[in-house]
Design a protein around this ligand. Sequence first.
Ligand code: NAP
Length: 252
Amino acid sequence: MSHSFDLGGRVALVTGANTGLGQGIAVALAEAGADIAAAGRSVPDDTRAQVEALGRRFVFIEAALDTIAPVGDIVSGTVSQLGRLDILVNNAGTIRRNDALDFTEDDWDAVAGVNLKTLFFLSQAAGRHWVAQGQGGKIINVASMLSFQGGIRVASYTASKSGVLGVTRLLANEWAGKGINVNAIAPGYFATNNTEALRNDSARNRAILERIPANRWGKPSDLGGAAVFLASDAADYVHGAVLPVDGGWLAR
Ligand code: NAP
């Protein structure tokens, strides 16, 4: 192995790390050796406990991510409290479900703001920091099956997650030559708050499970390996890629 998966000495900033996939990713990165800065609006006590139990440092940067106002402070707060920034995981996201005929401007803005606009401007803040420091970095964006498919009753979610893939590729094109790797993970159907409504609808739950070759919903820990890989030196020549972690959903 000429490249390492070890993240010892690295600092990872993860948005929305208090729960669900963000928590799973933060803990996996800590297991691989990274210290963790968690940015979001809810206090991530459980994630802190898991990361600190691994012997890693953990800081919480309180920030509402439906506005881009805090992005500069999130990056500078990470660097001032943990000494550096190496990895940014744009995980925070939300969803609104409504028929396209009834979809409101608020349904659109609430989702597109967090999922796409903040993702871009937080990436910009990290990119500016790395370029100013003359160092590289790793960005991992959390995409979705709806980066590839249309979905139903989730217009702004589909638009934002399709946009995440486009922005991932655009940033990779602009920044690969600067030593900044920008890639995405596309989770399939995972058991988190985000999918509670689907899992509570027995017909939808059954239809989804019947389509997943692995025959089960994903668990947040299922994303760990993909996140560690894309955050590590092993991915130094991986740019603009999207890695599905979906139990085979897209292969179907
Ligand atoms: P989740 O448990 O609901 O986590 C979402 C996270 O984003 C939470 O930490 C949430 O904070 C945070 N967040 C949402 N809006 C925010 C805002 N305005 N300001 C600050 N933080 C905000 O759901 P999840 O499934 O883990 O979602 C994580 C990511 O995975 C999202 O981007 C989602 O689209 C994506 N994803 C999920 C699935 C799936 O099957 N679950 C599949 C594909 C992609 P609060 O706890 O304070 O709300």
